[in-house]
Design a protein around this ligand. Sequence first.
Ligand code: FAD
Ligand code: NAD
Length: 480
Amino acid sequence: MSVDFDVIVIGAGPAGYVAAIRCAQLGLKTACVDNWLNEKGEPSLGGTCLNVGCIPSKALLQSSEMFEQANNDFKNHGIKLGSVELDLKTMMARKNKVVAELTQGISALLKANKIETKTGTAKLLADKKIKITDGGNKTVISADNIIIASGSSSVQLANAPLTENLIVDSSGALAFTEVPARVGVIGAGVIGLELGSVWRRLGSEVVVLEAQDVFLPAADQQIARDAQRAFKKQGLDIRLNARLLETKISGSGKNKQVEVIYQDEKGNQSVVFDKLIVAVGRRANSEHVCDEEAELLLDERCYIHVNEKCETSQPGVYAIGDVVRGPMLAHKGSEEAMMVAELIAGKHGSINYDLIPAVIYTHPEIAWVGKTEQQLKAAGENYNVGSFPFVASGRAKAQGDTAGLVKVLSQSVTDRILGVHIMGSHASELIAQAVIAMELGASAEDIALTIFAHPSLSEALHEAALAVDNRAIHIMQKKS
Ligand code: FAD
Ligand code: NAD
């Protein structure tokens, strides 16, 4: 049976577009179908990540951080400013420009790699055929291999349904046209903390309501506790153990407000907001992407079921990124994309799921890779800990940004690094050193024996590795 393509990729997010480019590089005739349209109704490749996720949120985190520094920190460096004013329209326009340039860059890359880009909603049929619907137009194309990378969407809550410009998801929270006086956030996860930080820095009073009684349970709990304290000091009001009961809308037009009624250990509580951001996780876009006749297996949480090679229950059909199990992170999807492209081309492909770094882009940033102390304890693993606070780092002091620490966990017999946890300035960049070290099977001693430039924030990783063996220089160590 003749087919139209070697590979059809559904979705052009960081999983899909990377898969398409790598397949094309490997000489495979590739098509990529995506249905994202921007505000003007034009195709905009890059998926959630570029359009309403990683990129616009980091653009606003950067701008809002600079605003906060201009207000609070510049004077400490001897820089006097007149009154600092916020021009939110320009800030948002800058964010939109960043998004537009990057999404256009992806279109150009796909074109340069001779990938056939198709706009429309794709559905997997039987026999690796894909039906594409674009308005009234329907076409069917086929391929030897299909890669589904249809991503995820925000989870919605029945007791806080999205209401235009009042109760919003993360996309809405990236596009407020005025700084709300009071912002509520449901969910103290990554999105809640990042977007809560943006609006707090720009002047909103922000209350974050979190259902669980533990803050950031996936992070190392020492770091989580320090982070919670740091956010509280900044004015982010995080309320744990808050079970959302009901939302009530009052007022009209610009004066609309939302009352949130929740329950905590003290009983029922009520708080009124000008905007409410619902950030309670994301769910896989799995159901609409395959027809029943494709007989694709979903798992109990509605992810497309895949094995460790991202093969689905149907031969020649792969699924990658947010639509399958594992952390919903752009870099995880992109690495799965690289692996699957190599496998389709008959080459070796693999991904180390144990070493996917996680980053929360708050201030201070939080980043980690590998195991947390609580995981090691639960597994009964014997380990050593070395940590180093940024307050003892010359570079951090010179920068005027000394919050946080680096913590290295290593196996007590072999000294192999099991986890690295960082809270502090540029943690998102520093963590890459730990990922490389762990990918190469390094011991804490390997890092201790490595030369780091002075003065640099990276020296804190060096000192934390030295501290595993009680020989850090710039903090007091136990006498041996
Ligand atoms: P997506 O990026 O969701 O792309 C899927 C694409 O497929 C979309 O374009 C969609 O329109 C299209 N599509 C879906 N169904 C069909 C269909 N049937 N036919 C055709 N096209 C279809 N991750 C990080 O690693 N770092 C961050 O800093 C970060 N920040 C984030 C901030 C926010 C506010 C949000 C919401 C997410 C953030 N994420 C971050 C998560 C990250 O965006 C996702 O993990 C990543 O986008 C997933 O990539 P993907 O390619 O699997 O799916
Ligand atoms: P999340 O899973 O990180 O956090 C959701 C939080 O909401 C959890 O703490 C959960 O306990 C809480 N919650 C759930 N239901 C609730 C309820 N009814 N009331 C109160 N709290 C409730 O999800 P998210 O923050 O929405 O982010 C979604 C995904 O996007 C994540 O998987 C994340 O990895 C990804 N993302 C990553 C980054 C990054 O890498 N920096 C940034 C943003 C988003």
